[in-house]
Ligand binder design. Structure first.
Ligand SMILES: O=C(O)CCC(=O)C(=O)O
Ligand SMILES: [Fe+2]
Length: 520
């Protein structure tokens, strides 16, 4: 699986480089072959211009007669029955097969398309802009750039067809209509010419778009698209039937209003938090009036620890309820690189708690690896620094191993709690209680998106490279603090890496005071 980690997507570039080289070799060989065919053609056709001037005189020469017989007996045969074209194709195919294991699968294509649609939704991006390679939102009728990627590509009619088809197959006509609309527009513009690399054609796009419109109640549009399709494919029985059906439906109940074809986003099971979550993602950390709260402050922090005395950490208290702090420059570039590199080999699709078990989920798109302090000296060093800053015992099993996370295309982690909310949760497998606190390090920067959003507390933190955030998940009485509901926003542009250190209740008995007060 490739789409769930940008590291793997990057690795796919090497595969395409190899394919490009194979194709070059193939083109060279085929060009040589065609050169030979052309040379033979030129030789024979030139000769014939001569022979036709006087066939009788020409054939009087036994040498000319002999070469004619030889050509007709074997030279033509050798040219026409040459295996070279087949051998060249075969060579190309077997080179391709060597790379096959490393090629993306159907689920990658679907996952990447899904990622694009997620970004479209969360950041309210205009599909028409995306298609032109731009990341824009329409504000007061004007498209406004949300960010400008360093490198960009426009999408083709076939690219849009594929995204639309992924939505279509999931009966998600909200998205299929928008993407297929662009696909049809681009295919029409391209003049309906067939291109070998394409999966779909103008007819396919019209077919899917017509049905999507039918499903969203826009029958008159479904009809006109079907009629356009019949123009290209007049004998298509299924489309003929659809046209009849649409006409019948329109006679029975003519469209009331052309504009009201309620295209609604597919509902999710957490619509209640979705709006806040998305708004917090869109602001990408820009807080309104946060500085107005006099109890929030910045300082140089040592936690009274001699180890931090010479180099205090720049601390930013971001929120009091729940208590969330940000430590700037917690990690150095080299340390971050060490951690990422050490994690590479162990990266697996991230899972979430599903009852007693763990499972992959659409709402967490990333890969992660667990690093013991023995994996690299930097891991142990970070453990120590976390311990100094938080004053907590983070040694296994009082702290979990370091979880290194790399997000994928539109990768995200929808609103969740880090602590267990049910006694059967896998969090309790360590037998050291619940996750009392989270220490999360930003191992990379991102160009856009990827903020960490606290839903109920209504604020978000942009990715601050090399910084770390800390918060308490539990109240002092051991109850989960609902206000810690948080999320990793979809990464719009960039390669986001974080590392989580989850600290458990046990082992902190003399380091973190308990209380019966449910407010604390
Ligand atoms: O990536 C983020 O910003 C949040 C990640 C997170 O909440 C988690 O991994 O539990
Ligand atoms: Fe989390």
């Amino acid at each position: 699986e490739m789409y769930t980690s940008l590291l793997n997507v990057k690795q796919a570039i090497t595969v395409e480089r190899k394919l490009i080289d194979y194709l070059k070799t193939y083109i060279d060989h085929e060009s040589e072959r065609l050169e030979d065919v052309k040379r033979f053609y030129a030789k024979v056709s030139d000769l014939h211009t001569e022979l036709y001037k006087g066939p009788a005189t020409a054939m009087a020469n036994p040498l000319v007669a002999f070469t004619l017989i030889k050509r007709l007996h074997s030279e033509w045969l050798n040219v026409v029955h040459s295996n070279e074209a087949q051998e060249n194709t075969q060579a190309l195919r077997s080179s391709y097969e060597k790379e096959e294991a490393d090629l993306p699968k159907l689920e990658d294509l679907q996952g990447a398309a899904q990622g694009l649609m997620r970004l479209q939704d969360v950041y309210v991006l205009q599909v028409a802009s995306l298609v032109r390679g731009l990341f824009q939102r329409v504000t007061e009728g004007q498209p406004i750039d949300i960010c400008r990627p360093a490198v960009s590509v426009p999408l083709s009619g076939d690219d849009c067809f594929l995204v639309g088809k992924v939505a279509y197959e999931q009966h998600d006509y909200y998205h299929s209509v928008q993407w297929l609309e662009e696909s049809v527009r681009l295919f029409r513009g391209a003049g309906g010419e067939w291109i070998p690399e394409n999966a779909g054609t103008l007819e396919d796009a019209l077919d899917h778009l017509a049905f999507s419109h039918f499903k969203t109640g826009n029958i008159s549009y479904a009809l006109s698209l079907s009629q356009e399709l019949l123009h290209h494919d007049p004998m298509n029985g299924r489309v003929l039937q659809n046209v009849e059906k649409y006409e019948r439906l329109l006679v029975r109940s003519p469209p009331l209003s052309i504009t009201d074809h309620g295209l609604k986003r597919p509902t999710s099971n957490n619509v209640r938090t979705r709006d806040t979550y998305e708004t917090l993602c869109q602001t990408q950390g820009s807080q309104q009036m946060h500085f107005k709260n006099p109890r929030l402050f910045c300082d140089f922090f040592t936690n009274g620890n001699p180890g931090l005395l010479l180099l205090p950490v720049r601390r930013e208290v971001l929120s009091l309820q729940p208590y969330v702090v940000l430590y700037h420059n917690f990690i150095t570039d080299t340390e971050a690189e060490d951690i990422k590199t050490t994690a590479h080999a162990g990266l697996r699709r991230s899972v979430v708690a599903a009852g007693e078990k763990q499972a992959t989920a659409e709402y967490r798109i990333s890969k992660s690896a667990w690093l013991k302090d023995t994996a690299h000296s930097t891991v142990g060093k970070l453990d120590q620094k976390i311990s100094m800053l938080t004053g907590l015992n983070v040694k296994h099993p009082y702290g979990e191993y370091l979880q290194v996370v790399n997000y994928g295309i539109g990768g995200h982690y929808e609103p969740h709690f880090d602590h267990a909310t049910s006694p059967s949760s896998p969090v309790f497998k360590l037998k050291t209680g619940n996750r009392v606190a989270t220490f999360m390090i930003y191992l990379s920067s991102v160009e856009a998106g990827g903020s960490t959003a606290f839903i109920y507390a209504n604020f978000s933190i942009p990715v601050v490279e090399k910084a770390a955030i800390f918060w308490w998940n539990l109240h002092r009485n051991g109850q989960g603090n609902e206000d810690t509901l948080h999320a990793g926003c979809p990464v719009l542009i960039g390669d986001k890496w974080v590392a989580n250190k989850w600290i458990h209740e046990h082992g902190q008995e003399f380091l973190h005071r308990c209380s019966l007060n449910p407010e604390e």
